[in-house]
Write a new protein. Sequence first.
Length: 199
Amino acid sequence: MRIIAGAHKGAKLTSPSGANTRPTSDRVKESLFSMLDGYGVLQAANVLDLFAGSGGLGFEAMSRGAAQVDFVDSSLAATRALESNADKLGLDHSAEVHTGDVLHFLGGLPGPENPESRVFDLVFMDPPYPLGEDAVTQILRRLSTHLDMESIVVVERAARSPEPTMPDGLEVFRAKTFGETAIHFVQLAGEDEASAAED
C-alpha cells in the first residue's frame, strides 16, 4: 500500500502482520480524495480514522494537508503498523494512535458540554464488511456529537450492503459505488431535516 498524492506521494505503508485488513484500493482512494478536495475539507483538518488498519486513508489525508489524525483500531498488530508508519513518514507529532474498540474510544471522548470536547472535520469509517448495520448506526450516533455543520463522515461498506441507517441528526448527502465497494458521504442534517426527525 502506498500514498498516492501530496507531500508523501509514493511512500509505502507497512501493513499489519497477520491481520485481516481490507485496504481501500488506489482507484477508490483517488476518486474519494478528489471529491474531498472538491469539498475543501482537507486543509488543516482534524481527522478521525476509525477501523484504521494500516492508516491508508488517514495518512493520505495528512499527505494532502490535514493537520492532525487520530487513528483507532482494536488490533494490536494494526496499531503497531500505524505507529511504524507515522514514525517512518515523520508524522508521529501529528498522528495519535489508539488501540481499542471504536465505540469505547468514542464514549471516552469529552462530550459537547465539556470545554475539552473534540470536533472532527473529517472522519473515515471503514468497518469490517460483516459488521452489522445496527452497530454501524450506533457508531454514527455516538460520533454525531463530535461533528459540526462542516464535518464530513466517509463510510465505506460493501456495495451489496444496504445504505447505512442514519440516526437522528445525520444524513447521507452523496453515495458512489466502485465495483464491490460503496462510499457514503454523511453530514449533520440541516435544521429542516433535524426538525422533521424530532416530529
